[in-house]
Design a protein around this ligand. Structure first.
Ligand code: 3HC
Ligand code: NAI
Length: 695
């Protein structure tokens, strides 16, 4: 509650007020990230009013506790009725103060947090503090004057780049000049107080009155390039419009334009989906159940068995995080090949300028090679990434159970195999779990953390923490064939194959999915991965896919054979529709007595996605995924589901489960496939008029 008196140490909600020698320091303490929710806005408004009303106060400093100065507006308030003071009004109040207000930015300042600093009359930042306007990542634009103040401080072109990149710059590093007034090592508070005092003498300058916009031509060129690169993103177009207004309109009118665009984007379905994803990803990485209370073990050294495609990439993840790692292979040639591939990957990063030579050398030094399984003896975690072969994996886990010290975590990177069976082979299943990295493992963010039936909660807690340390997005899942992601993928792929038999061609299916927002369709993706992988698995499990199997029998294994579902020209990965494949598909349909018909994009998407959603519902029913939003996070980060569509389970809620259940009933009847009938959970939620999301 605001305190009416003018004394020291008074609280304005999450804002502490302390005045000394003419300077009032307002310290924000709104953990975890000082988001500008209603209580903080009210607290700041009260504290600023108190400072302005006190004749003994000649300047104000706004500081914050914690590593984050202010993470921006409180995203969870978007879409709810606004509670005054709204952020733009609060920032106007700050900027309009007759006495100087200086921001002491001791850590990350994002979105509305940076906008607050821009409304102050000067900014002192700790060297390295991250400063950014990431609103476009939420499908929004800065909505508290950022599009109007920033161009006036750093130039319109630079401001637009910062907003549309969405990535933070660093104070004293990549920040454009004009963003901060001073950068210091350590806590910026003292310097901010000194600057506030000095401004009290020399007079303050408001960002709204500054005039550093730069040439209009430069802005228009930058805008045209950014619009081209981000075609179809309404927030990018709105950002350009708002910044352009700084050339054409007075501040207040420009800000009104910004506000109107912001409020309309908040209601946009794409922004709603992106905000859902923001919270879904943060929920996913939090351990649940007994793992939430378990103490993670420390991981100082790792070993990887198998230095192939996955093993090499996983080793890079450890080296990138500064953790020494030993790769164990069976032969010198294989080991050399693996290590060379890693060195080559780092060299590419150096050439691209994303890694320094020193950093590359430091990382390579952390990666060791060995031909001896006994080298696992010192490791705190061993990750197995050998061929997908149960007998081989069981043999390896049997040996690891003996060779490694007590408490060493033993993980398998298997894509499909039964983690419980592998765990039992070790003789200490409590230490075993699956760590399902995605390819390329050093790039892809998703990590399925597979909980075996005997896995110790501390092992799960360690894996979730380790995932974050490795820069991954760890999501906990249970044991089943293909876990969450690949299990749903198999359902989608089966439907894609079925559509070929009924009348679609690979290019029709892929076009429908790219129009939906995927970067690649299922057939182009299969060609890239190699058709032989699925073929071998189908042979092993007694399944069939008439078109894909026939292509494999013809040696059409995909890109590596320059032909698969598509044909490829030499040295080029662009898929070209292949008349031979069309004829082959038509022949297979005819052989099966199927009369072909055409499918439009909408029907193709429904046919591929609704059965996936049904599989997701079964996964929830079986407790394989902890929540529908975890399933979405997996599809967004491992399989290229477009973020602005929120994920398959989110989509299901938007469409309505009744409609999806009805569609699946009809499809199951039409194809005579009981596996397509809506799952019990889907039926129940549909009957109750509910969705998957508990929010
Ligand atoms: N609003 C509400 N909650 C937020 C939040 C925000 N802006 N930023 C973070 N949180 C919450 C997270 O949900 C999480 O909650 P949980 O503990 O219950 O899961 C908690 O704060 C910690 O967040 P992180 O796990 O992300 O913490 P990190 O330390 O890894 O990262 C961060 C800190 C870099 C600040 C990161 O949280 C982040 O990027 N936040 C969002 C920044 C952002 O998008 N700001 C723009 C908001 S839009 C805006 O300002 C509009 C304005 O122009 C009007
Ligand atoms: P790969 O064939 O590229 O590499 C396997 C490596 O293991 C080879 O270098 C081989 O020499 C080595 N190896 C075999 N037996 C060994 C032993 N006894 N001791 C030490 N090394 C041994 O295979 P890839 O693609 O890396 O796959 C490995 C595992 O990761 C498999 O279980 C696979 O299912 C899984 N996976 C693969 C993904 C992919 O996209 N390639 C994605 C996610 C998981």
């Amino acid at each position: 509650m605001a305190d009416a008196s003018n004394g020291n140490g008074h609280e304005h909600g999450p804002v502490r007020y302390a005045a000394a020698d003419g300077v009032a320091v307002l310290t924000i303490a709104n953990p975890p990230v000082n988001a500008l929710g209603a209580a903080l806005r009210a607290g700041l408004a009260g504290a600023v009013t108190q400072a302005g009303a006190d004749p003994s106060v000649e300047a104000v400093v706004v500081a914050a506790e914690g590593k984050v100065f202010i993470a921006g507006a409180d995203i969870s308030e978007f879409g709810k009725p606004p509670v005054p003071p709204v952020l733009p009004d609060l920032l106007e109040q700050i900027e309009a103060m007759e006495i100087p207000v200086v921001a002491a930015i001791g850590g990350t300042a994002l979105g509305g947090g940076l906008e607050l600093a821009l409304a102050c009359h000067a900014r002192v930042a700790k060297s390295g503090a991250k400063l950014g306007l990431p609103e476009v990542k939420l499908g929004l634009i800065p909505g508290a004057g950022g599009t109007q103040r920033l161009p006036r401080l750093i130039g319109a072109a630079a401001a637009l780049k910062l907003m549309i990149d969405g990535e933070p710059v660093t104070a004293g590093g990549t920040a454009p000049s004009g963003l901060t007034d001073a950068v210091c090592e350590g806590d910026p508070l003292e310097q901010a107080i000194a600057m506030a005092r000095s401004l009290a003498q020399s007079g303050l300058r408001r960002s709204r009155d500054a005039d550093a916009q730069g040439a209009r031509e430069e802005f228009e060129e930058t805008a045209a390039a950014l619009l081209k690169r981000n075609a179809g993103h309404p927030s990018v177009a709105a950002c350009v419009e708002a910044v352009r207004a700084t050339f054409d309109l007075p501040f207040a009118e420009g800000q009104a334009k910004e506000r109107a665009a912001f409020l309309s984007l908040v209601e946009d379905t794409r922004s709603k989906a992106l905000r859902y994803v923001f919270f879904a990803e943060r929920r996913a990485v939090r351990p649940v159940g007994a793992a939430a209370d378990a103490q993670p073990r420390s991981i100082d050294r790792a070993a990887i068995i198998g230095g192939g495609t996955m093993g090499g990439g996983i080793a890079m993840c450890f080296a990138n995080a500064g953790i020494p790692v030993t790769i164990i292979e069976t032969g010198q040639d294989g080991l050399d090949r693996g290590l060379q591939r890693i060195a080559k990957n780092y060299d590419i990063s150096v050439k691209r300028g994303s890694l320094s030579e020193d950093a590359r050398d430091a990382r390579l030094k952390l990666i060791h090679g060995s031909l001896d399984m006994e080298s696992t003896g010192e490791a705190d975690i061993v990750i197995e990434a050998v061929f997908e072969d149960m007998a081989l994996k069981k043999d390896i886990f049997g040996r690891l159970g003996q060779l490694t010290k007590a408490g060493t975590i033993l993980a398998t990177n298997t894509s499909y195999l039964d983690v419980n069976e592998i765990a039992n082979a070790s003789g200490r299943p409590e230490d075993v779990l699956g760590l399902h990295f995605f390819s390329p493992a050093n790039v892809m963010r998703l990590l399925e953390v597979v909980r075996g039936e005997a896995t110790d909660p501390a092992v799960l807690a360690t894996a979730m923490k380790l995932g974050s340390v490795l820069g991954k997005l760890p999501v906990m899942v249970g044991v089943c064939h293909g876990f969450v992601g690949n299990r749903m993928l198999a359902v989608r792929n089966a439907q894609a194959e079925q559509l070929l038999l009924e009348g679609a061609l690979p290019q029709n299916v892929d076009r429908a999915l790219t129009a939906f927002g995927f970067r690649m369709g299922p057939f182009a993706t299969s060609d890239m991965a190699g058709l032989d992988i699925g073929w071998r698995m189908r042979q092993a499990t007694g399944q069939s896919a008439p078109v894909a199997d026939t292509l494999c029998e013809m040696g059409r294994f995909g890109q590596k054979a320059a032909k698969g579902f598509y044909r490829y020209e030499e040295g080029d990965r662009t898929p070209h529709a292949d008349e031979d494949v069309s004829q082959l598909i038509e022949r297979i349909s005819a052989d099966r007595g199927v009369s072909r018909r055409s499918f439009d994009d909408r029907e193709i998407v429904q046919r591929l996605v609704y059965p996936m959603i049904n599989e997701g519902a079964k996964i929830l029913e079986e407790g394989i995924a902890n929540s529908a939003s975890d399933i979405d996070v997996i599809w967004l980060n491992g399989y290229g589901w477009p973020a602005w569509r929120g994920g398959p389970m989110y989509l299901a809620d938007q469409v309505g489960l009744q409609e999806i259940a009805r569609y699946l009933e009809d499809l199951a009847d039409e194809l005579g496939l009981e596996s397509l009938r809506p799952s019990a959970l889907l039926r129940q939620l549909a009957a109750e008029g509910r969705g998957f999301s508990s929010d």
